[in-house]
Design a binder for this molecule. Structure first.
Ligand SMILES: C[S@@+](CC[C@H](N)C(=O)[O-])C[C@H]1O[C@@H](n2cnc3c(N)ncnc32)[C@H](O)[C@@H]1O
Length: 215
């Protein structure tokens, strides 16, 4: 009988079918020497669990084209690639996050494209190439409200069918939720996750609905 691979909980954790490396893992320690993210992309933020949990419950059609905005280590997008065979691109203003995303994509056996861009630089023509846009924990300063709302509005107008954001519930994020509710029919849901060792809670913002199957 094949021996079950044991997990060393001090260097990695398992959640939602993913392997997530901790800072103490030797591959992470190696990356840290050369890559230092500077806009809080220095770790995996647990709002991504809210997105994974919600999408696990909602589902996504196989092959959905997913953009993860402000991706950091990109775990929400990696979850979509692994669980739903999604075609995923992670964008972030800070290129120093991409080696961490690439490592996690590799460890989880999926491919994710990356591109350095700020929210405000993404054009409608590019956004039209996606079915779903995700973002976790990307609205923590007041000055992020306008660019983030602008990105969501542009994505919806470009034909992105569903936008799903998650946040612990910071005031700037709540402002984005209010604008999306008023102008784009956005809905908010308080979401709690208790999945094995994982606990997380916060707010989900959902604009649009489950994307259609791609033919
Ligand atoms: C708190 S981290 C969250 C990272 C990841 N989404 C997660 O949940 O683990 C915020 C991320 O947003 C990125 N970011 C901040 N402002 C941005 C902007 N204007 N355009 C694109 N990315 C941005 C940062 O570089 C960082 O990776």
């Amino acid at each position: 009988m094949a021996k079950k691979k044991s997990i060393d909980k001090s260097i990695e954790r398992r959640a939602y079918g993913l392997t997530i490396l901790k800072a103490a893992h030797h591959l992470m320690r190696q990356l840290k020497k050369d890559h230092e993210p500077s806009i809080h992309g220095n770790k995996f933020w647990s709002s991504s669990y809210l997105i994974m949990d919600y999408l696990g419950y909602q589902g996504l059609p196989i092959g959905t084209r997913v953009l993860e905005a402000g991706c950091g280590w990109g775990l929400a997008g990696i979850f979509c690639a692994k669980q739903f065979g999604a075609r995923v691109t992670g964008i972030d203003a800070d290129p120093q996050v991409f080696p961490y995303l690439d490592l996690h994509a590799q460890v989880n056996g999926v491919e994710v494209q990356t591109r350095q861009a700020r929210f405000e630089e993404l054009r409608a023509e590019e956004l039209a190439g996606y079915d779903v846009m995700l973002a976790a924990d990307v609205c923590f300063w007041d000055e992020m409200v306008d660019p983030l709302y602008g990105l969501i509005e542009k994505a919806v107008l470009a034909g992105v069918q569903q936008v799903v954001l998650a946040d612990p519930g910071r005031p700037p994020f709540n402002q984005v939720c209010e604008r999306c509710a008023e102008k784009l029919g956005g809905q908010t849901k308080e979401w709690n996750v208790e999945e094995g060792a994982v606990t997380a809670n916060g707010t989900l913002l959902i604009v649009g609905s489950l994307p259609r199957k791609r033919s």
